[in-house]
Ligand binder design. Sequence first.
Ligand code: NOJ
Length: 569
Amino acid sequence: MGNAEPFWADSVGYIIYPSTFKDSNGDGVGDIPGIISKLDYLAELGVNLLWICPLFASPMDDNGYDVSDYYQINPQYGTNEDFKNLVEQAHQRGIRIIIDFVLNHTSDEHPWFQKALQDPSSKERGYYFFRKGKKEGDKLLPPNNWKGFFSTSAWKQVEGTDDFYLHIFSEKMPDVDWSNPELRQRYYEIARHYLDMGVDGFRLDALAHLAKDTSFADSPLPVDEKGFAYDPSRFSNREELYGYLDEFKREVLSHYPCLTVGEVGGGVSPEEALRYCDRENGSINMVFNFDTAWCNGAYGSIDKKQEDIRTDVIAMKDSLERWWRVCHQKADMPFYWCNHDHPRVLSQYGSVEYRAESAKALLAAGLFLYGTPFIYNGEEIGMSNVNFSKPEEFFSDVGNKNETGYLRARGYSDEQIVAYLNRCSRINARTPMQWDNVDYAGFSSVPPKTDPVNPNYKEGVNVQQQMSDPWSILNFAQYAILKRREPWVSDLIRNGTFTIVDHNHPDVLSYMHEKGDDKLILIASMRPYVTYFSFYWMPKDVILHNYGDVLLIDHVFTLRPFECFLLAI
Ligand code: NOJ
């Protein structure tokens, strides 16, 4: 790699959901000492960049995305000293850490918001969006018809007044007003605080939403039975946002060798993404998008049957190709299949029947794409979705709780809701990490506080057992990461060309990187049945493969369920 390359050019990332990663003190909640105790495991796995979901003090309405004190580590995770220790210990092992920085909203228990509520003339009142409700006869309605991301009005009335405040997520998460220069400075101070401490950067939560349509006019989109319209364009990727981010870069980020990855969600195109993270002029380094996380029609699929959910491999290839074409040599990208907001990728695109085969195929396919790959905790052992029987079992997620209320009101049965949540809920990704085949999967010595352990930890879906099996998913993941981090591979993927091979093949994800004499081809069947794939090159080396023998006759591969190859040619 060239000397001028940033550290993330050859990084493999790993996402940690702290409350269910590892509990060190037997209270049923994951914690920072628990993460520290697994740093050797992570170093051995080969990852060298962690994104840790929020660790700040929080009433945990949205599992830490509702921050009540940015300068204090949530006591359930440990102390500020523990956090410093984590950063130090990770660095000693060559692992960098980016933390989840929530800057679109605070908790309603944050002192700024408390002050804003108590004293309408306070400067803190100007940190948030307070607006008068609309009077219609005797009724007081919210200031406009916007619906938030969690299935309710985006406004909450301040008790005893005709004022409302904006919250595009839960009502306990009031949005802050980035057009307020003083508010922005408060966030810059927080960022400097952590960068000065040695943190290597930020995953910038809900970044796309920092600027709102401050006319607060009603959305013209169709409204639901309560009169609310779901129209994220009113608070996503809006012009003013880019100015805020330029300032953030100028005043803070450009003074540190840090990595910033913005969450821009489902609404952003690659062209818009460049405005955020163009290497020359962008304010941040990368943006997470959701385009490859939902290529099977499962998003919002309450009305669909399981048989209607099918990976659209061609759409997936289109999307990969499109992002590459726009971003290559212009912008860096992260890549992930799954994070704490999505169902498990093994259940999305893979198959529990072919757990090992599909987990390996997905790992290989994701790791060798353009960009910095991020593995979500548990992917390296093939963790899969839950199988709950009541909507209430999903209620540790405020989003699922609200959505259930909304769906019930629209006449859906609990059976339909459960089938849908078992497929789509983000709780699927939040069950405890499965370390061992002892009680509670070795996550904790007591029952986990939030979500229960997936019982499949007893069926080999755990780290301990997979460590001793040379053919396990875990050992495959470790080898694949090792290969991904070889300098010639990182260089080829970052700086070479990327081509989809056999674009119209409906079952096989297949791509090639090429630079000079080096060529890497990835072939991964995305189906639980046999498929065929024509192949006209002469492989020099089989770098990765998830079956014991190769079926290649007359230039045609017979691919068994989820069979995958990484070939040097
Ligand atoms: C995105 C986070 O990933 C998600 O978990 C959270 O609910 C929202 N932002 C609100 O912070």
